[in-house]
Design a protein around this ligand. Structure first.
Ligand SMILES: [Mg+2]
Length: 257
């Protein structure tokens, strides 16, 4: 099933860890991939954490990785703006971590009259900033989004993620964003460019059908759905999105490597 796979693209939340707890068997699975001559890379749609924070969390879990092994929708979004809209200014809905990533990559950020409104997972969101974003969109700014996940899991259940914030902007303005994270083409382009490989060399592993699995399904690539996160049996049965393989958790993939 994975003869052509060189890189497993592994989701984080609900796939490798749940909050601060690693999912049993996940680290063993990644070690096994490398032992059989394949490699992996983490890719998360969550645009509210920095790569440094994620690496620190992985290290605390006993699985340290170099920063280049962790890729985020934030990186895809910032590089997309630089490539597709060179010199254009961005009003960013995001927290300090997302601002830092955009600044580091040299994206021109403004608080008024932007060419682009970029909606990310803004965990510091205020009503005043939503009003600003709606005004800019009504004035014709390009509408982009880091990712469109509706919810993010917390110790207390789910909290509204970037997709829910975008839904509020869409309800008010009638505008819909171009989404850049999983499952969209800019993410696939970003991965193949970063890893210097063809799409056929990739296999996606994750817990969310409409992102982790959809990106593989859209591109004829193998996918592994793990039932350790947001998807339950009922949701899987109802969905038209079909993973290549469905397993209880990543540790169960070892038998297929
Ligand atoms: Mg996930």
């Amino acid at each position: 099933m994975f003869e052509r796979t060189e890189y497993f693209i592994v989701d984080l939340d609900g796939t490798f860890y749940r909050l601060d707890e690693p999912i049993p068997g996940a680290a063993d699975c990644l070690r096994r991939m490398q032992a059989v001559g394949k490699d992996f890379c983490f890719f998360s749609n969550n645009s509210s954490h920095s790569v440094g924070q994620i690496c620190a969390r992985l290290a605390r879990m006993g699985f340290p990785v170099p920063q280049e092994k962790v890729l985020l929708s934030s990186d895809v979004a910032a590089e997309y703006v630089l490539r597709e809209y060179p010199g254009k200014t961005v009003f960013l809905l995001g927290n300090a971590n997302l601002y830092e990533i955009f600044r580091q990559k040299g994206v021109p950020l403004v608080t008024d009259n932007p060419d682009i409104v970029m909606a990310g997972f803004d965990t510091d969101l205020t009503y005043a900033r939503m009003c600003d974003a709606c005004r800019f969109l009504a004035d014709g700014a390009v509408f982009l989004a880091t990712h469109a996940d509706l919810n993010c899991s917390t110790p207390y259940g789910y909290m509204p993620d970037a997709g829910a914030i975008q839904a509020m902007l869409t309800a008010s303005t009638g505008r819909r964003p171009t989404v850049l994270g999983k499952p969209m083409q800019p993410t696939l382009d970003y991965l193949t460019q970063k890893l210097h490989c063809r799409p056929e060399a990739l296999c996606f592993i994750g817990d969310r059908l409409e992102t982790d699995i959809q990106i593989g399904a859209d591109n004829g690539l193998p996918t592994v759905l793990v039932m350790s996160g947001v998807t339950d049996e009922a949701a899987l049965q109802k969905s038209a999105i079909r993973p290549t393989l469905t397993l209880p958790a990543m540790g169960d993939l070892i038998a297929y490597l």
